[in-house]
Design a protein around this ligand. Structure first.
Ligand SMILES: C[S@@+](CC[C@H](N)C(=O)[O-])C[C@H]1O[C@@H](n2cnc3c(N)ncnc32)[C@H](O)[C@@H]1O
Length: 272
């Protein structure tokens, strides 16, 4: 967006709002590489000049842009993201694509470790008749997901499968999971925006990063329908071990990769 367009947006917030040049300059000085784009997003989201000033200050203090805005674009959806909730990554669109390819119109779909609910919301936007459930252990994530997934009562707080209704046992067609998968020792190497602003429970996958995936795998066959699918986002380095974990519980696993999105998904199928 040009500075002239940013100026026009600013004037619609308030004629006394800080000059666009000041915003871009401050963002740039704070190390924001895409300062003009960020300024445009902040200006178009702020409702008042006070809110605009607060948003710029928070961004300069290192708060992730998505937490400053309160939303992120994910697969053409505007997904709300509250402070302290994991920010959906662009690469996770690949998990959605892989799951969407396996979903029939009225499939039972569970988004486990749903965070903001971005994955479930994206699947529901592709196929609005799916029977969708979403689970997260973090109350802040659950509150956020309940705004992004409109189906009442379908976003549930709890530990993995524990809060799911018993009637779903043996009938889940697609179980889609973006669980925490960062090895504990690698968290300190993450960018500050993740390390300092996203909750540890959303990142920490244990010593090798696979603790939650192993727990997901161990009960997957209890919940999957015959021929049902489990899809998990993984890092490229972990994917073979994740696939081996799934094979050990009797699932037939394959690895899918998108170089464009830098994304890896392990797709496992329960025997029919
Ligand atoms: C990497 S984030 C992914 C969030 C979302 N699926 C996405 O792609 O944006 C992992 C999420 O798993 C949740 N989580 C971690 N351990 C969990 C558990 N035992 N049961 C349910 N959710 C859990 C965290 O709270 C966090 O929201």
């Amino acid at each position: 967006m040009s500075l002239a367009a940013i100026r026009k947006s600013l004037m619609s917030v308030s004629p006394s709002a800080p000059s666009e040049l000041v915003i871009v300059t401050r963002l740039r000085a704070a190390g924001c590489v895409f300062a003009e784009d960020e300024a445009q997003l902040i200006v178009s989201t702020a409702q008042t000049s006070d809110e605009l000033a607060t948003m710029v200050d928070r961004r300069i203090a290192g708060v992730p842009l998505e937490h400053v805005l309160g939303w992120v674009e994910f697969r053409a959806l505007r997904v709300e993201v509250d402070p302290g909730v994991f920010v959906p990554r662009r690469r996770t669109a690949f998990l959605v694509d892989q799951a969407a390819a396996l979903i029939s119109p009225e499939a039972v779909v569970v988004d486990l470790c749903c965070g903001s609910g971005a994955v479930g919301a994206a699947l529901a936007s592709i196929s609005d008749r799916i029977d969708l459930y979403a689970v997260d252990i973090d109350p802040a994530a659950v509150r956020c997901a309940r705004r992004n997934i409109s189906a009442p009562g379908r976003v549930i707080e709890g530990d993995l499968y524990a809060p799911l209704p018993g009637k779903l046992r043996g009938s889940v067609d697609v179980l889609v999971v973006n669980a925490p998968y960062v090895p504990t020792g690698a968290i300190r190497l993450m960018p500050p925006e993740a390390r300092l602003h996203e909750p540890r429970v959303s990142l920490d996958g244990g010593v090798d990063g696979l603790d939650i995936q192993r727990r997901v795998a161990s009960a997957a066959r209890t919940w999957l329908a015959p021929g049902g699918h489990l899809l998990v986002e993984a890092s490229e380095l972990q994917a073979h071990e994740t696939a081996a974990v799934f094979a050990r519980v009797g699932l037939i696993a394959r690895i899918e990769r998108s170089d464009e999105l830098g994304a890896t998904v392990v797709v496992a199928t329960s025997p029919a």
